[in-house]
Ligand binder design. Structure first.
Ligand code: PGA
Length: 260
């Protein structure tokens, strides 16, 4: 795992956008796994800026979102379909036919989950998966107790997740109780993962994910087993890391090597 500690949310967003732009530069038809929530919004803004000012080209990029609420139609303002178009897709040149987001309002969700898995494979697998992290350590909607080998499926959301996401809805009762999410097995198969976290409410989840045991209790800890995982976190989110000084030192040494 490569742990990069930066000053604040702005720098986290900029560094993350640089990673994405770099991978698109190397592979214009990158298969990009995307995430929702407030964490990646700054990175999306920076990617939009890079597209408009520096010509970052998304015309061949294919994207797969991690998750979606069950029971919300794709035009619902709180759906992740709506969110992704509002925060990113409407402002870049990605082709609509290259955008994949789990469908949360289908009658037979199991068929939809299997279709999603199949589609990821058909497109060649995810090259770079962007991840946020919940206070309970979840990635996607893989709540504590999720099988580390799980595939795309429906998950019951924890009370904590519902409370955290209630800020986007008028009333807590409006937050869906279920989500459709890529599984931990699905995420592990991405060739590279990039997890972002900012702020003190992520401090504990980040410490457990990076330095605690690999466990279904904190599903982000699965990244410890991933051969190419980058974690970009700000000062506040990194507060409790025991090896914080070492991670900083490692980054400095890596930069020196790159300059040589
Ligand atoms: P947040 O959510 O980015 O809004 O904090 C992250 C998550 O729950 O995965």
């Amino acid at each position: 795992m490569r742990v990069i500690i930066v000053k604040d949310y702005k720098e986290m967003s900029r560094r993350a956008a640089e990673v994405v732009a770099n991978r698109i530069g190397k592979k214009p038809d990158l298969v990009l796994g995307l995430a929702t929530g407030s964490t990646p919004v700054g990175m999306y803004s920076e990617l939009i800026r890079m597209h408009k000012e520096e010509g970052l080209d998304f015309s061949k990029v294919r994207s797969f979102n991690l998750d979606e609420y069950c029971g919300l139609s794709s035009d619902h303002p709180q759906s992740y379909h709506y969110f992704m178009h509002d925060k990113l897709f409407n402002h870049i040149n990605i082709r609509p036919e290259n955008i994949y987001i789990p469908i949360g309002d289908v009658e037979n969700a199991n068929i939809s989950c299997q279709w999603y898995e199949k589609k990821i494979k058909e497109e060649g697998g995810i090259d770079l998966q962007i991840l946020g992290i919940g206070r309970d350590g979840h990635i996607g909607f893989n709540e504590p107790g999720s099988s580390l080998g799980s595939r795309t499926r429906i998950k019951t959301l924890t009370k904590e997740t519902i409370e955290d996401n209630a800020r986007f809805f008028k009333k807590r009762e409006e937050v869906p109780l279920y989500g459709i999410t890529m599984g931990l097995g699905t995420i592990s198969e991405a060739r590279e993962c990039l997890l972002l976290a900012s702020g003190t409410n992520k401090t504990e989840a980040i410490q457990k994910s990076i330095e605690g045991p690999v466990s279904a209790e904190i599903t982000a800890s699965l990244l410890q087993l991933h051969p190419r995982a980058i974690i970009i976190i700000d000062e506040e989110a990194s507060q409790n890391l025991r090896q914080k000084d070492y991670y900083r030192y490692t980054e400095k040494m890596a930069e020196k090597l790159e300059r040589k």
